[in-house]
Design a protein around this ligand. Sequence first.
Ligand SMILES: [Zn+2]
Ligand SMILES: [Zn+2]
Length: 273
Amino acid sequence: MFIINENLALKVISNMNDSFIFVFLLGACVLLVRQTGGGNRDEQQLGERAPAWVNDNDVTRCQHCNNRFKNSIISSRRHHCRSCGRCVCSNCSQRRILLEYCKAENEVRVCDACYTHFTGIAVTKNAATLIKPTRDIERTILYGDFRMTSGNEVVWISLQEDFHLHVFGGKLDQAENHAIKLSDLVDIQLDNDTRTFTLRETSKTHVFILESNHLIFYEKNDLLDEKLTNAGTKLNFYVNLWFEAIQLARSTTLPDWYIRKRDSADSGVSNIG
Ligand SMILES: [Zn+2]
Ligand SMILES: [Zn+2]
C-alpha cells in the first residue's frame, strides 16, 4: 500500500500554478484516505512522531463521526488528534493518552479510533451520531471542485456510478451535503464561456461553475487522449468531459472511457497533462 502523507501531497497540488494535478499523488492520497479516512494513520507509526495535521479547509465534517462542524449542535469545534492528525469533533476526541513522541510528559487528545488502537477499549457511540460515508472513490467517474453560485462556496463534486452528483463540503469529507439524482433532471445547460453548468429539476435548479484550478481524477487512456487533442485546451477538455459524463449519467449510461478503480487499483493512476 502507499505510505504517503496526503497533506503533503495535497499541498504539492495546491501549490502548483498549473491547472492540473499529479493524479499519481492524488491517487495515492485517495487510496490513503480511503483506507484510513484521512490523517496520518499508518498504524505502525502512530504515536511515534507528531502527525501532520489535516488542513481545516479540507474538511467540513468530523473525520470520525462525519457530522458537520458548522451547525452541529453537539460539538462544532475542530480538534486534531495528536496521534493520527485527523480533524475531529470534540465528541469524538474526549480521550487523552500518553504518546511516545510526547516523551511521556502529558496525556494528549486523541480521536476515538486512536484511543481504541492504543488501549483496545472500544468507544461506544450512539449510532444516531454516526453518519454513513457516501464517498465511493472506487466507483467515481469524475470528481473535482466547483463553485456553487448560491452562497458562492467551493464544493467538491463527485459523479459516482449510481448516476448521482454527490456534493461534498471539503475535499477530504467522506459524507456528502446533498446529492443530485441526474435521471430526475428536466434540463442540462452548459455555458462554455463561463464554465457554468445549470441543472434543472422540476422544482429546483442547481448552478455551479467549474473552477479553473479544477482537479480531476480518472484513468488515462486513448479515448481521453483523443478528447484532449480535440478540445484544444485542458480547461475545455475538463468542461466537455463533465458535460458529457453528466448527460450520459442522466440516461444512466457510463462513459466509454470510464475505468472502474476497483478493478485497477494496483496499477496506479495517471492523468492527462
Ligand atoms: Zn465526531
Ligand atoms: Zn486519531
